[in-house]
Design a protein around this ligand. Structure first.
Ligand code: ZN
Ligand code: ZN
Length: 114
């Protein structure tokens, strides 16, 4: 595993060469993307909410009320947590500014693989 590279903060699109792990939570509402940032090599864990549709309108939440699986790609921003020079204090990112797309793996069909 390469050491972290404290690159100067720059918002730039990069193209990862190493695979990323995409994990869908059991209730289908969270996707967690884990891997090493292609730009600074920091370990990045990026979480995105999916299918959270605001306040429940007074109806019971059913156990099977899962959102449709996400398709396409998840836009991931570096979240290495290391300091990077020239990162704007107002930046919400905790990384080097690099961002990239991670393709979402096909969803497991209902009643499919254990
Ligand atoms: Zn970094
Ligand atoms: Zn980075």
């Amino acid at each position: 595993m390469p050491a972290h590279d404290p690159t100067t903060f720059q918002e730039t699109e990069v193209h990862p060469t190493a695979p990323f792990t995409v994990h869908r939570s059991d209730d289908g509402r969270w996707y967690t993307v884990t891997g090493d940032c292609p730009a600074c090599h920091g370990r990045t864990v990026f979480r995105v909410a999916h299918g959270v549709l605001g306040p429940l309108k007074g109806r019971w939440r059913r156990r099977d009320a899962e959102p449709e699986p996400l398709t396409g790609a998840i836009p991931v921003y570096c979240q290495c947590g290391y300091p990077h020079p020239e990162r704007p204090p107002e930046s919400p990112d905790a990384g080097c500014g690099a961002f990239w797309d991670v393709p979402v793996p096909p969803a497991t069909p209902p009643g499919g693989a254990p």
